[in-house]
Design a protein around this ligand. Structure first.
Ligand code: NAD
Length: 729
């Protein structure tokens, strides 16, 4: 174990260097923590050591805790977690007090954290226990506590220390939103103490250690008369902060995220007691969050599995397929976005539309986004020029020569797409991969227009392309492995998260989201109070209620999809009741947000005002309203059962993709870790019970899938049966 090593120089400054072997980024393990503790003990006990620098031999300081440590702690149960966390607190507290005499507040040895780059999670909690944090001026470095993003919160003293250092109000964005800052911004916010030139980092750290006075080594909360900045809960200003923070957090999270509640409780309760008691309180809340299945599911989907998919967990064996020149056909809303993200990733782009004017408009979309970034100082004029220079807007297919990937985003029309396919193939080499961004047309059918069906694939982006992180890759019957590898390598280049699915109506994401919208509309037709529908969805963690969602995506698009689906399904089409509402709205010109009228009312500027009161005249609200839970079960099961069916039918081949895709693609209740994780949390037995009861009342669309029934009988879970990492098929 050599995660940390220590060397003491002639001036008596000991440098503890973090350098985990065979990893590009330092992560903290249990053994690493024990070694750090031993080295600190040695340095504190050694009369020849005047002070300590803790730094890293890598370009970054640390990425956080090794997630295996968290998994191990969890396996041992609540007591093991609590004991493990208290051990960490003890070590960090030892660093913070550094041998100080508790009465005189004298005699501590200065300990400084010197951060060459990124410092996240425990990689910042350790520095927060030191007496000073000095960071190298490195614009690429990210400093912060991102734990909340994966369903936990900073549990190694970060919560308690940051709240006491900055005050609850100022600490809120860092603790509650996981805000990350570069060193300069971190210094401005008071997260760290000093930023110096990278080459001066260790010299400045040493200078500080040698010049530190006793008073520099006493943390404010260890000093007499400490008062929390901004006020503790019973201070008038503090009272306002805590009441406001509670309301704000509840408003944003609807109470479904255990970590946000526990974090607030730890800060509030901790602020009322002495520091060491506050750490125990933090440890208790942290234990309770780690024991909550939501945190395990969130870490699994949003961290471990998301990263595995991004690294190519389902990539077929093939040489590197990185894209050098991409042709984007159709410079409308999607094509313009695809051109932008590609150019941002350093790929040359040929952006083609039927008219030069349309192609230019598509390119100017990138200009608009770059101008905004410029205003926010997120880019430079040079970078803007560089990105724009990579995009050639034209009508000339000859410009596609040399493209190794085409992404087609023309009108959703089989004939138009077929014509474009033929034109592209005449202008490109035999190796070029052709991807269509269709959202509804089967890939296998579209591939018929191609002379190279093994090179034909679906790359389905979500709108707006620059913001949505999921890309759904769809394999047609004839799609070959190199096309899949190409699509995955491209998605990695543009830094999005891919899932790979087989060809079927609506692929995966839209297949699940359409029934969610439909179930909401169906309830309106039944006389369920629309506000109940919307709030039930939000209270179970959906970012948008189904009615707001259809307003955003537009009601005429819903009508178009409904008509096409009915044409394809014939007599088996199940959504007549939904169409009645949808077609009525469309006929009345209420097309959703884009027409400033839909299920919601909007003011002249497009601001959503509230549910449209005209709805009740046509669909009167019934006197007897359903229980909240029943509405939630209908809304969740409408989506989740489609996910299970997609798995049963082989559209999905990996439940990790089903879960990650659901959260990133349409915002499926992130607290649950995704549809399969949610089913595992409630258990197959309970899921079957819910489905059977919904089927009895509402019909076969809730019919329990055979797979789920079988799993309930055998007492299985999805992640148990299909494996955290293994394929479902
Ligand atoms: P859009 O109408 O905004 O853009 C289509 C563009 O294609 C237009 O600029 C049009 O001039 C151009 N075009 C039409 N025929 C052409 C031809 N023969 N040659 C060259 N250019 C031609 O549509 P959009 O919303 O960007 O959708 C494009 C594709 O992406 C569709 O297949 C759609 O289903 C799919 N898609 C859309 C969304 C979405 O949210 N809008 C999401 C995912 C996928």
């Amino acid at each position: 174990m050599t995660d940390f090593t220590m060397a003491t120089d002639a001036d008596g400054v000991a440098t503890i260097t973090w350098d985990v072997a065979a990893k590009s980024m330092n992560v903290m393990s249990t053994a690493g923590f024990a070694l750090l503790s031993d080295l600190v003990d040695q340095a504190l006990a050694d009369p020849g050591v005047k002070g300590i620098i803790i730094t890293s031999a890598k370009k970054d300081f640390a990425g956080g805790m090794d997630l295996n440590v968290i998994a191990q702690m969890r396996a041992g149960g609540a007591q093991a977690i609590f004991d493990g966390v208290m051990t960490m607190h003890k070590v960090l507290r030892k660093i913070e007090l550094a041998g100080m005499d508790p009465k005189t507040k004298k005699g501590a040895k200065p300990i400084v954290a010197a951060l060459p780059g990124t410092a996240l999670g425990i990689g910042l909690e350790l520095p927060l226990s030191c007496h000073r944090i000095i960071a190298a001026d490195n614009a690429k470095a990210k400093i912060g506590l991102p734990e909340i993003m994966v369903g936990i919160f900073p549990g190694a003293g970060g919560t308690t220390r940051l709240a006491r250092k900055m005050g609850a109000m100022m600490a809120a964005p860092f603790l509650l939103e996981g805000k990350l800052s570069d060193p300069k911004a971190a210094k401005a916010a008071g997260l760290i103490d000093e930023v110096v030139a990278p080459e001066a980092l260790l010299a400045r750290a040493k200078e500080w250690v040698l010049g530190a006075k006793d008073a520099d080594l006493v943390k404010p909360w260890d000093d007499k008369g400490y008062k929390m900045p901004g006020g503790a809960p019973y201070h008038p200003a503090g009272f306002m902060t805590f009441v406001g923070a509670n309301a704000m957090v509840h408003g944003k999270t609807m109470g479904v995220y255990p970590a946000a509640k526990a974090l607030l409780a730890a800060v509030y309760e901790g602020a009322l007691v002495p520091f060491d008691t506050a750490l125990r309180i933090e440890a208790r809340h942290f234990t309770s969050v780690l024991m909550n299945p939501s945190s395990a599911a969130m870490i699994r989907s949003l961290f471990i599995n998301k990263e595995a998919l991004e690294k190519g967990a389902n990539r077929p064996e093939a040489p590197d397929q990185s894209v050098k020149k991409v042709g984007v056909i159709g410079a409308g809303m999607m094509g313009a976005g695809i051109a932008y993200v590609s150019a941002m990733a350093g790929i040359d782009v040929v952006l083609i539309d039927a008219a030069q004017e349309a192609a230019d408009r598509g390119k100017s979309y990138s200009e608009g986004l770059l101008d905004k970034a410029l205003q926010r100082k997120k880019t430079t004029p040079e970078k803007k020029a560089e990105v724009l220079a990579r995009i050639t807007a034209t009508t000339d297919y000859a410009a596609l020569a040399g493209c190794d990937l085409i992404v087609e985003a023309v009108f959703e029309d089989v004939k138009v797409k077929a014509e474009v396919t033929a034109k592209v193939e005449a202008a490109t080499g035999a190796d070029c991969i052709f991807a269509t961004n269709t959202s509804t047309l089967p890939i296998t059918a579209l591939a018929k227009a191609s002379a190279r069906a093994e090179n034909f694939i679906g790359i389905h982006f979500f709108s707006p392309v620059d913001k949505m992180m999921l890309v759904e890759i769809i394999k047609g019957k004839a799609t070959g492995p190199r096309a899949v590898a190409k699509a995955l390598d491209y998605v990695r280049q543009i830094r999005k998260t891919p899932i790979v699915v087989n060809d079927a109506r609506f692929f995966y994401a839209n297949r699940c989201i359409i029934p969610y919208i439909n179930e909401g509309i169906r309830m309106v037709a039944e006389g369920v109070e629309p506000a109940l529908v919307e709030n039930a969805a939000k209270l179970v963690g959906m970012p948008l209620g189904p009615l707001q969602l259809v307003d955003e995506t537009s009601i005429d698009l819903g009508v178009k999809i409904a008509k096409a689906t009915r044409a394809a399904m014939g007599d088996t089409y199940p959504d007549g009741a939904v169409d009645e509402v949808l077609f009525w709205m469309a006929d009345a010109g209420r097309l959703g947000k884009k027409s400033n009228s839909g299920f919601y009312a909007y003011d002249a500027t497009g601001k959503r005002e509230g549910l449209w009161d005209g709805l009740a005249a046509k669909y009167p609200v019934a006197e007897a309203q359903p229980e909240l839970t029943l509405v939630q079960h209908r809304l969740l099961m409408a989506q989740v059962l489609e996910a299970v069916r997609a798995l049963e039918e082989g559209v999905l081949t990996d439940i990790r993709e089903g879960d990650v895709g659901a959260i990133l693609g349409w915002g499926f209740a992130p607290w649950s870790g995704g549809p399969f994780s949610w089913l595992d949390i409630i258990g197959a037995l309970r899921a079957v019970e819910i489905c059977d009861s919904l089927t009895a009342t509402f019909g076969d669309r809730f019919a329990t899938p055979a797979l789920l029934r079988e799993m309930a009988a055998k007492g299985e879970t999805f992640y148990g049966r299909f494996g955290g990492a293994a394929k479902a098929a």
